[in-house]
Design a protein around this ligand. Structure first.
Ligand code: SAM
Length: 225
């Protein structure tokens, strides 16, 4: 999708909440000698610091409290970040775009996730309730177009993708990591019983279980004004 949006030589790009920096590294590989990529995160991990490329700068920046790096940027990109910190930051992101610059936000719609296992589907429903109980929106990805429209961006576009797989591959790892991480909070808040959790953990080890990830919704818009 970033290729279709034209990301290429000469682009100046800002990735917020860059995590391990894989996307920033990919973008840096496309922008050529006149391009620039700035990767920021509130938590600059060793993994992110280790991404050393000629046109890539890494900075610590907490979006809730810190100034964003100076632009203007042809691309501002955020994947799986705004769902945690909310959309109030969007006007600050659009303010960093050059005229004609593109904002791309990607986030999950957890309601699209499903499996062939009833116990795992029960655990998924509990996980969505957990997100809601801590003030996060499991459907955040479905709200992105409205957020970008209200931010005054034009030429909006959107797409979504899910991945299917069994318990042995990357899709299985995503479900297992999510369940392992969430299990203590699910039990603490009585959103799942120990019995239901055990059944879900058994299903995530069963090679016959089929899985479909939450939809990763991408939405983009350009700043002309
Ligand atoms: C789920 S990870 C996504 C990482 C990366 N964007 C990706 O898609 O692989 C969320 C990232 O957002 C960062 N983050 C969370 N809150 C933040 C904030 N207030 N300011 C900047 N980064 C933040 C986290 O440190 C983490 O690296």
């Amino acid at each position: 999708m970033l290729v279709e949006l034209g990301v290429g030589p000469g682009w100046h790009c800002l990735e917020i909440g860059a995590g391990g920096g894989s996307m920033s590294a990919w973008v840096a590989s496309r922008v050529g000698p006149t391009g620039r990529v700035v990767a920021v995160d509130a938590d600059v991990t060793d993994e992110l610091r280790a991404v050393r490329l000629p046109r890539l700068e890494v900075e610590r920046c907490d979006l809730r409290t810190d100034e964003l790096p100076g632009g203007p940027f042809s691309l501002v990109y955020a994947r799986l970040v705004l769902g945690y910190i909310g959309d109030r930051v969007v006007p600050r992101l659009t303010a960093r775009l050059c005229r004609g610059g593109t904002l791309v936000i990607e986030d999950y719609d957890w309601y699209a996730a499903r499996t062939s296992s009833d116990p795992l589907n029960t655990a998924l429903a509990s996980y969505r309730r957990l997100l809601e109980s801590i003030g996060l929106d499991p459907r955040f990805g479905t709200r992105l177009q409205g957020i970008l429209r209200r931010a005054g961006l034009d030429a909006l576009g959107t797409c979504a993708r899910t991945r299917r797989g069994d318990t042995s591959g990357p899709v299985g790892r995503l479900f297992r990591r999510t369940l392992d991480t969430a299990a203590p909070a699910l039990l603490d808040r009585a959103l799942i019983t120990r019995r239901e959790l055990r059944a879900a953990l058994r299903a995530i080890e069963d090679p016959a279980t089929e899985l479909e990830t939450p939809a990763l919704v991408a939405c983009w818009g350009r700043r002309w004004r």
